[in-house]
Write a protein that binds this ligand. Sequence first.
Ligand code: SF4
Length: 288
Amino acid sequence: MTSAPRIEIAEHAGVCYGVERALAMAADAATSAPAPVHTLGPLIHNPLVVDELEQAGVGLADTLDDAASGSVIIRAHGVIPQVIEQARDRGLTVIDATCPYVKRVHHAAERLVADGYQLIVVGESGHPEVEGIMGHADDRACVVSAPCDLDAIEIEKRVGVVVQTTQTQEALADIVSALLARADEVRVINTICSATQERQKAASELASRADVMIVVGGKNSGNTRRLAQICTERCAATHHIEDASEIEATWFAGAELIGITAGASTPSAHIERAVNAICDLTGAVHAR
Ligand code: SF4
């Protein structure tokens, strides 16, 4: 008789400090801030959480024009400073849930620009966090996601570097080493957030032992997608799900160890639902 598979959750998985803080601020705003309360853009990259907030009375405004009165919540990714100014000018109450670690990137970018460095932002062009960082820089700043992106840029003698919080150390190291070959001075302020690294390291470790890996989180969440990519490289049977209802029993045939991880925008209740669904479908045991 084959024994039931075991479920193990990665040592670091799920909601991070900044997201937890933003969710708590939104929950608080739903009952105490001037109504109507809107988040400016989805509070986090997780459609299920956005729906849950809507039910709690926190709506979604794509732009400031969609929030004519009441309060707006700035998400953990942050925004360009002009957005906060405009919201205040329009008489809206601003609840700034920008993660303090993202604020640290803003301050680092401002400092490097003020000190005369040409700013390079290592990150994903067009990502809201990166847009916010660029809003704290000047018009010489450039976004770079790989060393080849530097080919199109006229590099100055003194270059300052900051990093989107969810980037990897490897991506940063590759770009810095390419810059060192072209600039006289490269000043790096490493603004990668440890929550991301911890989740990636723990996911990698678990995926290298597991027969099947389940990655829980928004399909539009960059950090969750990166976890899924890391897991797939170590465990071919990796499935990225947003909701427990997507889980299929056939995924686990013959599996002894089922690993679970989740992005920094995935609340613990969503992980719990995935664990329960796997237990129901397979008779798996969750060793806590
Ligand atoms: S991943 Fe890090 S920087 Fe991003 S919201 Fe979470 S704690 Fe803040």
